[in-house]
Design a protein around this ligand. Sequence first.
Ligand code: PHE
Length: 450
Amino acid sequence: MSERANFGSKMGVILAASGSAVGLGNIWRFPCMVGENGGAAFILVYILCVMFLGVPVMVSEFLIGRRAKTNAIEAYSKLAPGTPWIWIGITGVAAAFLILSYYGVVAGWTLEYTVASAVGELSGAKDYTAFFNDFVSNPWKPVLYMAVFILLTHIVVVRGVREGIEKFSKIMMPLLLLIICVLVGCSFSLSGFEEGAAFLLRPDFSKVTNKVILDAMGQAFFSMSIGMGCLCTYASYFSKDTDLMKTAGSVATIDTLVALLGGFIIFPAVFSVPGLSADAGAGLVFITLPNVFHLIFQNVPWLGYIFSLMFYVLLMLAALTSTISLHEVSTAYIHERLKWSRKKAAWAVTAGCIFLGVFCALSFGVLSEIKLFDLTIFDLFDFVTAKLIMPLGGMFISIFTGWYLERSIVKAEVTNEGKLKIPFFKFYIFLLKFVAPVCIGLIFINELFK
Ligand code: PHE
């Protein structure tokens, strides 16, 4: 009998795992990328990456975590003792720690925008570009909001898997989905709805370049929280009758739907204002949108107030359920490896991430001149984790499950010791053995020799 914590229900599992997946990646990064890469063609490539690369790797992480029933690093040393496979775990935990440090900065921005919306600072005509730039380059505000955000995360994580993560996800995820539905409903009535929908749904295949493919794959991995320690850690709390394939399918579906719905909230609004471009990059959500909210609701300012407040609350909640999963990866490792209490381990992670987060937060202002390989500290963290560790992690995880792990173990996990019928098992193995490693490898090499 293990006394290890576990999730209490199937719903809790799906909501916690999709809480990890649904985040700034869906509502901030995905629309930016769709805008920059020309709309529907990118979305199509993205969906293919989710189905044929993302889902199989997700199932693999689930099975590794549940089989080993321990943190992401020790999972590999348990399933492959004395081998270099442990590096998947080590880089995974390191990635979670680094991602939390820079993700916490943007999460902090969402908190500041929520507060600004609530006190009415985000309504009326204003130079929102200056508003954003002044805020992110301020020497203490972004640091403060980042620290508060990581502390909020801490409060949930410290309560444990069932009482903290699961309970919180069960309340927040339905609330988040409700807000999305309300906002999408509102965006139907906007004058730019048709143009926005066409931008998202009508693909222009001439736009599918190598860059689009690489971006789509990187985004799919980031958005699904794949290739680092998160899913493996959460899966170590799954019970023996969690259906891994079904869970992965549900999480991927929820994650992709939320990203698309995020697009359906943002682009119709953007296209409702003549002359605005969808290609605004990172500023889309923090600069373009406040402008748009102000302009389209000029005659009914209270509606603009509500729309904007709901939008930033949504962004903040989505970020919080993701930071929780990032925090848990390192907390679980420290707690189990060093045998520290959960509380002490969580404090160590919180303190460490806030420390690194300070540098990331300031890299938009006083530290913006500090660069390595021409990247600011924030961009460097993003590059190392989202562009290197996560896709490479995904590749090695598929090789590990497809080629190294005994087939009987893989089968036992995926079928819950023979209780479930899995019609696509052979196809799943084929994807893991050949398709995922080759595709990810090719996309990488192509990028390297560009
Ligand atoms: N998937 C999250 C998002 O879309 C980000 C994340 C990445 C969370 C990796 C956990 C692990 O925002």
